[in-house]
Design a protein around this ligand. Structure first.
Ligand code: SF4
Length: 678
């Protein structure tokens, strides 16, 4: 085989490979969509394809023309088609008052409807999207003028606008198919304009656009490569919805006599001509065009609904059927009696899974812990180990497509499986969360006091607005925020003050459990220290428990009584702060502590490798690949949490009770890893 043939084959093969890869990429959202969404698209497409085939080949295959009122019986001899003949073998849908075959009219009407629909939505999309992009990106006087014009057009009732345009075009140009399509299309231009402009305004504020601008990219390049592809994802949905609407608008125009010129077949016009027939018992002249309109509009709407589910990742995830547990639930492991009322929260065998196209991803995989009133537990681990998912699971604030199993008892009441109504009552009242980035959590259009009034009165309807504001002032001053700031907006406060407001909002109703998720990430060290002191002081009256989620071990040392170390969705070690910091037992905890920089640090340490892929977690100990003490059986069996000291437990085969015999002569590591090494 010659070199050129080989290179051609390679080119073809790589070209084909590239094509397949692109197709797989585009088909991915479709594969990820729920079965219902896919069936909606299939059913809608089936109807659309049927009508397209009917419109394309129907006139050729069917024996009668849409405007034919006589048949040639012999060369030069014609016979009129009988008027108002009922459905028969010759005329399966009957004939009209003008002697037209109804089925031929329905077929001709399908062709006209599809042409007008295609032209109308294309015109509207091209004009609306282009103007929306330009207006949103450029801003200034052009934007103001275009917004005014589009808002004026949008304010018109769509059908009235279509009639006016159709009337003008019919009078000055010609009342043909293109005039009808343009009249229908103009109605939808403002919809595309408004959606695309608003999205463009949001996208142009994004940091990746700013980064492109800082690199000197031209406006045209930014608009086409950065903005366009981030705003057009809503267009397919709008397009399908408008397509269905275009069929109805065309039919309405035809019905009112403003559509295409008779005797061109058009469903709306044919129904208007058949109205008097219905009262005489002649049903077929209006029935079949009506069925055609309803069926085609239903088909396009089904495609639109399906496309919406497919292109919108949130809906995709919501429609998803979440991951399922094996049939038999694991029994709650050893630990506190879940009915013990000294616990603010008791968690047993908590599993939180996300649905993915391949298999469930268990971000939290069988976690047990308790927090007493007045006690604080620090939850630490690398990014992606499941800490934040666990925190949200305690509030049952889970992302779409995510489910929690197991048991979470808050003050003795089970939360898993509770109704959304009951969960809403618990959130903010019995369990509160302090998030990082308080600026994004406070409504920028509400005064600080209004946040408190809304929160308090949602849970305590008998408390008046005045009393709620008094409670807000009390709790703000308790947090070190001058009560006079109650009428400020979030942007008028410093970062530290905003976080204090968030904490005040969290504790104003005396919750049983406070969850702080990286509460000091965006704050400087002085403010961080003040906030941590404030949080620690909250536990003084023993009325609440605290779960501190952080990757910062220093914060845990300062604030918490106990620590739980998470790795790859599981708690691998837990115990009192002193024990965990001075004598951690699990190799991962030791590596984590050794990686912490302190004033005494002379050598920087890091844990080699990366956490495992939770979609396909390894068998045995999940830390085995990175563990300096890994033994042969570590990759075969799962270590169970076992007692390794007073109130301290670790999941590691280096210690008896984890499920495997400890090899004779093995000395587990001990002491402070920052001093003695891991
Ligand atoms: Fe290391 Fe084995 Fe312990 Fe896992 S079980 S942490 S691999 S020694």
């Amino acid at each position: 085989m010659s070199d050129s043939t080989l290179s051609k084959q390679a080119e073809t093969a790589s070209g084909y490979g590239y094509f397949r890869a692109r197709m797989r990429h585009y088909a991915k959202p479709f594969r990820q969509a729920s079965r219902t969404s896919r069936w909606l698209v299939f059913a809608g497409l089936g109807i659309l394809i049927f009508f397209t085939l009917v419109a394309a080949v129907g006139p050729e295959l069917y024996g009668f023309g849409a405007t034919q009122y006589r048949v040639e019986t012999a060369p030069g001899q014609f016979q009129q088609i009988p008027q108002l003949a009922p459905p028969s073998a010759t005329h399966p849908m009957g004939t009209t008052r003008d002697g037209f075959d109804v089925m031929a009219r329905v077929i001709g009407g399908a062709k006209l409807a599809l042409i007008v629909m295609g032209l109308a939505v294309s015109v509207a999309m091209l004009i609306g999207v282009s103007l929306g992009l330009a207006s949103g990106y450029r801003g200034g006087p052009i934007d103001r003028i275009l917004v005014t014009v589009m808002d004026s057009v949008y304010a018109f009732p769509p059908l009235v606008l279509a009639i006016i345009i159709s009337f003008i075009l019919g009078a000055f140009i010609s009342p043909g198919v293109f005039s009808a399509a343009f009249a229908v299309g103009v109605v939808y231009i403002p919809q595309y304009f408004r959606v695309v402009r608003n999205q463009t305004l949001a996208v142009k504020q994004e940091t990746f656009v700013e980064a492109a601008q800082s690199l000197g990219a031209k406006s045209r390049s930014i608009l086409t490569r950065y903005v366009f592809f981030n705003v057009v994802h809503t267009v397919p949905v709008l397009l399908t919805l408008n397509a269905a609407d275009a069929i109805l608008t065309l039919a309405a125009l035809g019905f009112l006599g403003y559509g295409v010129q008779p005797p061109t077949p058009e469903w709306g016009y044919d129904i208007s001509q058949a109205i008097t027939d219905v009262s005489s018992g002649i049903w077929w002249t209006a029935f079949w065009p009506g069925v055609a309109i309803v069926t085609l509009v239903t088909g396009i709407t089904l495609v639109g609904e399906g496309v919406n589910d497919v292109v919108n990742p949130l809906l995709r995830a919501r429609g998803a059927s979440g991951p399922r547990l094996p049939r038999r639930q694991k029994k709650p492991r050893k630990g506190a009696d879940v009915e013990d009322d000294s616990y603010a929260v008791s968690v047993r065998d908590l599993r939180v899974g996300y649905r993915t196209p391949k298999r469930p991803l268990w971000a939290v995989d069988g976690v047990d812990f308790d927090i007493r009133y007045g006690e604080s537990l620090g939850l630490v681990g690398e990014s992606g180990c499941g800490k934040s998912t666990l925190g949200r699971a305690l509030m049952q604030l889970l992302a779409p497509g995510c489910r929690a199993y197991g048991s979470v008892r808050l003050g003795g009441e089970e939360l898993i499986g509770q109704s959304e109504r009951r969960l809403r009552q618990k959130r903010g009242d019995d369990v509160a969360m302090i998030f990082q980035e308080p600026m994004t959590r406070l409504n920028p259009l509400m005064r600080i006091g209004d946040h408190f009034v809304e929160m308090i009165r949602t849970h305590r309807s008998k408390i008046s607005r005045k009393q709620a504001r008094a409670m807000a002032r009390d709790v703000l001053s308790q947090m070190g925020v001058p009560p006079s700031r109650i009428d400020n907006y979030a942007h008028e406060l410093s970062g530290g003050m905003r976080q204090r407001v968030m904490i005040a909002l969290g504790i104003v109703l005396n919750p049983k459990l406070l969850i702080a998720d990286e509460p000091t990430t965006s704050l400087d060290v002085i403010v961080e220290s003040q906030i941590l002191d404030t949080i620690a002081a909250l536990l003084g009256n023993k009325s609440a428990g605290l779960l501190m989620i952080t990757h910062n071990l220093g914060i845990v040392a300062e604030t918490c009584d106990r620590v739980a170390v998470m790795y790859a969705g599981r708690i691998v070690e837990s115990g009192p702060v002193d024990a965990i910091f001075n004598d951690p037992k699990h190799p991962y905890t030791r590596g984590l502590l050794a990686s912490t920089v302190s004033l005494e640090t002379t050598t920087l340490h890091s844990i080699p490798g990366y956490p495992p892929d939770l979609l396909d977690p390894p068998s045995g100990c999940r830390f085995a690949e990175r563990c300096p003490y890994a033994m042969a059986h570590c990759t075969e069996a799962d270590p169970a949490l076992t007692d390794v000291g007073p109130s301290q437990s670790a999941a590691c085969f280096l210690y008896p009770g984890a499920g495997q015999d400890v090899p004779a002569g093995l000395t587990p590591p001990s002491g402070n890893p920052q001093v003695v090494g891991i």
